[in-house]
Design a protein around this ligand. Structure first.
Ligand code: HEM
Length: 486
């Protein structure tokens, strides 16, 4: 009909020759448009099965209620049975493809910003700021990641952190009395925060550290809040706390700039970053990123330590083996009269298996969210542009196709595990360009804490349970009653 009207109008204006050409052009254009439309529609047909739930809220309520339960993966399990390992949903305000398929998760992790960009809830992006490593993409992200990663992996920092941890852990544990109730989560948070903040901005324990910790607690409380920035709201208070922390960190940056230490004498991450060009690595960018890097210091690493102790307490066989390995190391070093080096800890095979198994079962970061910047097809699944992908690690780590008796804490399973055969099946630290640059440090800190605890004390744990949302933690901060070894 439209075509007919167009032709009639054209006949009034142009001659027959032009009309024929116009008809041919319109015909070709409309044919290729229809072909494109049909191809898009057929691809849309391959958007994974699933349901988008209710208008606006989608399936968020069910997702959150499962996330609060002891089995957050039950949301995925139910849909996996109906639609398979990859399905569509609508959570946190976005149409989302949820993947519990290791291959697809790997693909997403290894894609760059031409395919996927990070996608976080609004309150989180608001608090992290535009220049946070978690928000930036492309060359700048690679550059900041490279600088931070190289320093965090350096033997010099690992040596410094090992020496500091020895001092802090010993000082804290010296104060523990027999039969005293110790809250492991609090102890781990206190120690790890101070150590990592020193490695990040060079601040020593004291009044300023106390103030920073106080502000940081206020800041972190708003990460998963309603995105409303009015005075009195959670987000508003967290942003204010971030501004106060920013002022303290900027003061430290300026003092360091005046001293002008070269990159060879870098003792913390700020030292490394201020030796780069100031145009790209501005003081604001450095300060924002230092605050973000404090999140694993206050949260992920202490939780890793706490969960390892919880799982070990529930598995006496593994605890005995860990004690044996660590006692051996302690006595061999005592006999030689040598202090423990960071390499001593990383060579404790069974202790490393305990940490790996804790990461698998604990799922401290349950998954990552990305947004597709163009239409993408993976393994026959179509992901439309602007949709989110939630690569859910937790379901993969607890998948009985990959791990025998997945809910059983079994550090021995890692003894002969061929990691290449579970490609994408074990990603507690993510992967690809955004692979966690702090993974070695997290493992090292957990190893040192465990070593000192098991070689100095025995303990009985009180009843407690894991909470999985919005972040993983122990509900009662894991209270244990300690007894010093004779
Ligand atoms: C148990 C402890 C930790 C866990 C489970 C963990 C997990 C993760 C995961 C899954 C990612 C990937 C995020 C994504 O792809 O979007 C990540 C990124 C990151 N992690 Fe960790 N992390 C831990 C400890 C640390 C530590 C100790 C630091 C440094 C002090 C650190 C610094 C970072 C940074 C800077 C990124 C962002 C990398 C980028 O986007 O380029 N993490 N971490």
């Amino acid at each position: 009909m439209l075509l007919l009207m167009m032709m009639t109008m054209m006949m009034m204006w142009v001659g027959i020759g032009e009309l024929v050409i116009t008809i041919v052009v319109v015909f070709i254009l409309s044919k290729s448009y229809l072909k494109l439309k049909r191809r898009r529609e057929s691809r849309r047909g391959r958007v994974p099965q699933g349901t988008l739930g209710w208008p606006l809220v989608g399936e968020t309520l069910e997702f959150v209620s499962c996330a609060y339960s002891p089995r957050p993966e039950s949301f995925m399990e139910k849909r996996r049975l109906l639609y398979g390992k990859v399905f569509k949903s609508h959570i946190f305000g976005s149409a989302t493809i949820v993947s519990t398929d290791p291959e697809i998760n790997r693909f997403v992790l290894h894609s760059d910003a031409k395919a996927f960009v990070p996608c976080y809830p609004k309150s989180l992006t608001e608090l992290m700021g535009k220049s946070s490593i978690l928000s930036i993409n492309g060359n700048l992200q690679r550059r900041v990641h490279g600088l931070i990663g190289a320093f965090l992996k350096s033997p010099q920092l690992k040596g410094q952190i090992t020496a500091d941890l020895h001092r802090y852990v010993e000082a804290a544990m010296d104060g523990w009395k027999d039969d005293q109730l110790i809250y492991i989560q609090d102890e781990a948070k206190l120690i790890v925060f101070q150590i990592l903040v020193k490695g990040l901005i060079g601040l020593e324990p004291g009044e300023e550290m106390q103030c920073l910790k106080q502000q940081f607690k206020e800041f972190i409380a708003g990460l998963m809040s309603l995105p409303i920035k009015l005075p009195g709201t959670r987000l508003y208070r967290s942003l204010k706390a971030k501004r106060r922390m920013g002022m303290l960190i900027q003061k430290i940056i300026q003092e360091k700039r005046k001293k002008q230490n070269g990159p060879d004498t870098a003792r913390d991450v700020v030292d490394v970053m201020i030796n780069e060009d100031r145009e790209q690595l501005t003081d604001d960018l450095i300060s924002d990123n230092m605050i973000d890097l404090m999140i694993p210091a206050e949260d992920s690493v202490p939780v890793l330590i706490t969960l390892a102790i919880k799982y070990l307490t529930e598995c006496p066989l593994a605890l005995n083996k860990l004690e044996e390995e660590n006692m051996q190391l302690k006595s061999s070093k005592l006999a030689l009269g040598e202090p423990l080096q960071w390499t001593d800890y990383t060579s404790l095979t069974f202790t490393q298996h305990v940490i790996t198994e804790t990461l698998r079962m604990g799922n401290i970061i349950s998954g990552i969210m990305r947004k597709a910047v163009k239409d993408i097809e993976i393994k026959g699944h179509f992901i439309p542009k602007d949709w989110c992908v939630f690569a859910y690690f937790r379901s993969v780590h607890l998948d009985d196709e990959l791990y025998e008796e997945p809910y059983q804490f079994n550090p021995w399973r890692w003894k002969d595990k061929d990691m290449s055969s579970i490609c994408g099946g074990f990603t507690p630290f993510g992967g690809g360009q955004r692979l966690c640059p702090g993974l070695d440090l997290a493992r090292l800190e957990a190893s040192i804490f465990l070593h000192h605890l098991v070689t100095t004390f025995t303990w009985v744990a009180e009843e407690d349970q894991i909470v999985n949302f919005p972040t993983v933690r122990m509900k009662g901060r894991l209270p244990i009653r300690v007894k010093r070894r004779s």
